[in-house]
Design a protein around this ligand. Structure first.
Ligand code: NAI
Ligand code: MG
Length: 356
């Protein structure tokens, strides 16, 4: 029996458009080697900063409706000099994440063979965690405003409010516990800053403590984010599933990917765990204007992201094959310059596809 999965592809800006084809190459190779069991069909959407410059829109007004019917969305990156970052991010990536209530953002970090970590003592055993980032509210709820410009230059006022709802906290915390149940260490660490942010984050803490009682098999910790930043560096082996608010999860996942060797290997999934809407899969990194157009962007993040997409589609064996092909490639020393190698984006993509 053959299954065709329909994937909406939004390559976006900068290196997003360079690494996304490498992810699709891997999907195509999986299909080719599946003996007719698997197929992927793609529809490409030209949304991004160039589109905005031409049309004034980051994505079409009916964008969400057009994406709704797909099995998954595969996303490159968005953002380009000349377009304000808050316009590009809110107009496309956040519009999709929030529009589809993809409330769980999942960001795994593992040390790959042949990829040196900047941490002296890091090994594949000590660096292996998943950041579970709340992806629908918190500090990125978009609540606030700017006003009082009439007071004159230098006196404008801006308010940016974080939104924490009991439902929002509970569903992401529950997701983290369910995920921890599938992992050998079975540990969830909650990260807040509730000493300083005494309303939203204490609500989060209380919900965490309550949900934890339903998972007696999982060990738990509650940490403040500043201390957690240090712990990522000093005691990475003590981390398993780390659940954090939208902003803290965003920052900690970049820190985590740097510990794993480079932003160029960090994968991410924006999930609607209830599957009411398509989920969106993207590398953690942005459009990297500083290296765009040179053919040297690391495609591993985009390809690892494909493994997350396959897991979500219920294809765990294919996901494992992709991870094994990534590991065989990095282990053979085929690396882009961000990891100290000389391979191009396509060299790495082809090497991974060839190992499938
Ligand atoms: P960035 O992630 O694009 O780049 C940060 C640094 O990491 C740069 O020096 C870049 O060269 C390097 N890097 C990133 N990905 C790499 C890869 N695959 N291979 C090799 N090196 C890599 O973050 P930055 O510079 O802060 O943002 C650039 C633009 O991207 C901005 O417009 C920002 O708003 C946007 N952005 C978009 C995101 C998204 O679409 N999900 C996420 C983060 C930033
Ligand atoms: Mg980020």
């Amino acid at each position: 029996m053959s299954s065709t999965y329909r994937i909406a592809v939004i390559p976006g800006d900068g290196i997003g458009a360079e690494v996304a084809p490498e992810g699709l190459r891997v999907l195509d190779r999986l299909a080719e080697t599946s003996g007719g069991r698997l197929a992927f069909s793609y529809e490409f959407f030209p949304w991004g900063c160039q589109y905005w410059l031409e049309t004034g829109l980051m994505m079409d007004a009916d964008g969400l409706d057009r994406l709704r019917g797909f099995d998954a969305i595969y996303f490159g990156a968005v953002g380009w000099p000349g377009v304000p970052d808050h316009i590009s991010l809110w107009g496309l990536r956040l519009a999709i994440c929030q529009g589809f209530d993809q409330y769980a953002c999942i960001r795994p970090v593992r040390l790959l063979p042949g990829v040196p970590s900047p941490l002296r003592n890091a090994t594949a055993e000590t660096v292996d965690w998943i950041v579970v980032r709340e992806n629908s509210e918190g500090e990125y709820a978009g609540v606030g405003g700017r006003n009082l410009a009439g007071r004159g230059p230098g006196s404008e006022v801006a308010i940016q409010t974080a939104l924490f709802t009991e439902t929002g906290c509970e569903r992401i915390i529950r997701y983290a516990f369910d995920l921890a149940m599938t992992r050998p260490r079975r540990k969830v660490t909650s990260v807040t800053k509730s000493n300083a942010q005494q309303y939203g984050m204490t609500l989060w803490d209380e919900v965490f403590a309550r949900v934890a009682t339903e998972y007696p098999q999982v060990s738990t910790e509650q940490w403040l984010v500043d201390a957690m930043a240090a712990r990522f560096v000093l005691r990475p082996e003590s981390l398993d599933v780390v659940v954090a608010s939208n902003l803290f999860g965003d920052i900690l996942s970049d820190l985590g990917s740097a510990i794993g060797g480079s932003l160029g290997i960090a994968a991410s999934a924006n999930l609607d765990p209830q599957r009411r809407n398509p989920s969106m899969f993207e590398p953690v990194h942005g459009s990297a204007p500083d290296i765009a157009g040179q053919g040297i962007a690391n495609p591993v993040a985009a390809i690892w992201t494909v493994a997350l997409l396959l897991e979500h589609l219920g294809l765990p064996q294919e996901a494992a094959r992709v991870m094994a092909a990534i590991e065989a490639t990095t282990g053979a020393g085929i690396l882009t310059p961000d990891l100290g190698g000389t391979a191009s984006t396509t060299d790495v993509g082809e090497a991974i596809a060839a190992r499938l």
